[in-house]
Unconditional design. Structure first.
Length: 300
């Protein structure tokens, strides 16, 4: 099995665990913004220490951070933050499920953004597999696909926020790939770790400054919730290392396409641990998603 596939599967697994922990934090000790900030600030020390030890033990010189790397990392970090804010804003609306449905267009948008920014195309089989995955995600969505003659159900502020978040997440994924490719190292994992460090350091500073000005109480809450938030940082770091490694090795569109398997992991948790029933529509969605994953693997 190719390394980018393994990295993507591991990233999807750790991301599922991280979302579970963040849900616990945001519903208990922290606001949604605080739970997001915990992801960055508790991951940064582990990554810093790990890189320092690795560079020291292997006598590797610190890399020169090119302008391209800083620009791609900064744009990727900001678009990821804004995308997250769009998703959080959707919670204010009753038709949140519609917004989430539009957010899932990320799997198609990342292919378009990758072509525009990096000139990276995908094969017809790959595009078909990703499109099949999008259909599967729509089937697995809690929002029914059938309309009821009311266009406002789909054309509203929630759907606009969902589409914006999908586009922003697509831009961040492609920028992260571009940032890792700016580094001179041959080892994909090292390139991923260094570019991830630049991104997380930037995001921690930006969100820390924002919260210091707007939500200072949440900075204290993040510290008080450290027993759980620490694990958010660990799972976030491991998941991000997986994503960045995969982005270093493979086109972002294929990585995101395979990453849709995360929904299967979440569904398994829902069935096995929460004893929730699966509808016929969800069974078809799982089948299509499985075919999409196989198609992406064969097309890449």
């Amino acid at each position: 099995m190719e390394l980018w596939i393994i990295a993507t599967l591991l990233a999807s697994t750790f991301q599922t665990l991280r979302f579970t922990l963040q849900k616990i934090l945001s519903s208990d000790a922290l606001s949604a913004t605080g739970a997001t900030f915990a992801r960055f600030c508790y991951a940064l020390p582990f990554l810093t220490i790990g890189l320092a030890v690795y560079f020291g033990m292997n006598a590797i010189a610190l890399p020169a951070l090119s302008a391209g790397l800083l620009v791609y990392a900064g744009v990727g970090g900001l678009t990821q933050i804004f995308a997250t804010l769009c998703v959080l804003s959707m919670f204010k609306y009753r038709n949140f499920a519609v917004g989430i449905t539009f957010k899932k267009t990320e799997v198609i948008l990342v292919a378009l953004v990758g072509f525009v920014l990096l000139g990276e195309g995908i094969s017809a089989l790959g595009f078909g597999a990703i499109l099949l995955g999008l259909i599967a995600l729509l089937l697995l969505s809690k929002q029914p696909l059938s309309g009821q003659g009311d266009g406002r159900r789909w054309i509203n502020r929630a759907s606009a926020l969902g589409l914006a978040s999908g586009l922003l997440f697509a831009v961040s994924g492609v920028c992260y790939r571009a940032a890792s490719l700016e580094l001179p190292y041959e080892q994909p994992f090292l390139r991923a770790a260094v570019s991830l460090f630049v991104v997380i350091a930037f995001q921690t500073c930006v969100m820390g400054l924002w919260m210091g000005l707007r939500e200072p109480s949440q900075l204290r809450a993040v510290w008080h919730a450290r027993k759980t938030a620490l694990w958010v940082g660990v799972t976030s770091l491991l998941g991000s290392l997986g994503w960045f490694t995969a982005f270093t090795l493979q086109t972002a569109a294929y990585v995101k396409g395979l990453g849709q398997i995360e929904l299967l992991f979440s569904l398994c948790i829902s069935i096995l641990f929460f004893q929730e029933r699966v509808s016929r529509r969800e069974v078809f969605g799982i089948l299509f998603l499985g075919l999409s994953v196989l198609g992406v693997i064969f097309a890449a």
